[in-house]
Design a protein around this ligand. Structure first.
Ligand code: ZN
Length: 302
């Protein structure tokens, strides 16, 4: 137990620090990654793993919180280069890793011609190297157990993983986006699967867990768990009401994005937080479009 390591790797997405993290878990015998980022940063990931004294043959487990490309896009590419590794994924996400055509189509609608530059190639994951993880499963990896907890709201294919040895919760996107050195938490609410009520239920689950640290993919480790989750939920609901009112008025998507950007950035300015530092992890455009889709469906305006 003494040589359990958990290390944050900054994937330096598009050359920017503090945008996307992966976490390396190692006990000296085997290693795991929680989150792997997109293929565009996969070379960096492998270099950083080896720079930490972990040979690639030792990496046996690639665990992703959900299948969005900034968390899991590199899986297929990595499996071609990590001969001993197995990928672990939520049952709802699994078919879209084996055949990523719908995943790519969905992301292409959001990112258009930026797809390749942002994410790189999305290589299919061979079925035989994929293990499906269900709510309540415990994975024994790198000298510890990781408890998987189904946490919809941001996406239907989302798990968090609690490291029961250390109390670190690998939170994916359900615990929001926060930059080191700040307390401000932004809710990433992209289309098409945002579900505010499910998100609240997932946060209630998190509050019932013995979490010592939140390990966010965007970005880093935080110990003020209860305060952080409260701030996230407050803003998730506040922005829901803010966007609902505008959608009921019939504003355009462009207007909705602009109004939410002004509203959010003003909040951040009062806390002396740099808004642009959050935009790579969760930009206003996708946040606003996620709420728009959620409300139009819920209010029967779709
Ligand atoms: Zn996501």
């Amino acid at each position: 137990m003494t040589n359990l390591r958990t290390e944050l790797i900054d994937l330096n997405f598009l050359g920017y620090p503090l945008a996307i993290a992966a976490y390396l878990l190692d006990d000296g015998h085997e290693a795991a990654l929680v989150e792997v980022g997109p293929t565009s940063t996969a070379e960096t990931l492998l270099q950083e793993v080896q720079a930490r004294g972990v040979p690639l043959q030792r990496v046996r487990h690639l665990i992703v919180t959900h299948i969005h490309l900034d968390h899991a896009g590199a899986l297929g590419w990595l499996l071609q280069r990590l001969p001993n590794a197995t990928a672990y994924v939520h049952p709802v996400g699994a078919p879209h890793l084996v055949d990523p055509s719908r995943l790519i189509a969905s992301a292409s609608r959001l990112y258009g011609e930026m797809m390749e530059r942002l994410w790189g190639e999305v290589v299919p994951v061979p079925q035989e190297r994929l293990q499906i993880v269900r709510d309540g499963d415990r994975l024994t990896v790198a000298g510890r157990t990781l408890l998987a907890i189904d946490t919809p709201g941001h996406a239907r294919h989302h798990h968090v993983y609690l490291d029961e040895a250390t109390g670190i919760l690998f939170a994916g996107d359900i615990a929001g986006v926060r930059m080191p050195g700040t307390t401000y938490v932004r809710p990433p609410t992209p289309p098409p699967e945002l579900d505010v009520e499910a998100w609240q239920q997932s946060l209630a689950k998190l509050r019932s867990l013995p979490i010592r640290q939140l390990a966010l993919t965007h970005f880093g480790l935080y110990e003020d768990v209860a305060r952080h989750l409260d701030e996230l939920e407050t803003r998730l609901l506040d922005w829901a009401q803010f966007t609902r009112a505008l959608i009921e008025q019939g504003v355009s998507d462009a207007e909705l994005i602009q109004q939410l950007r002004d509203y959010g950035n003003e909040e951040m300015r009062t806390q002396n937080v740099n808004p642009s530092s959050y935009d790579l992890g969760a930009g206003y455009e996708l946040i606003a479009l996620g709420y728009a889709r959620y409300w139009r469906k819920k209010l029967g305006l779709a």
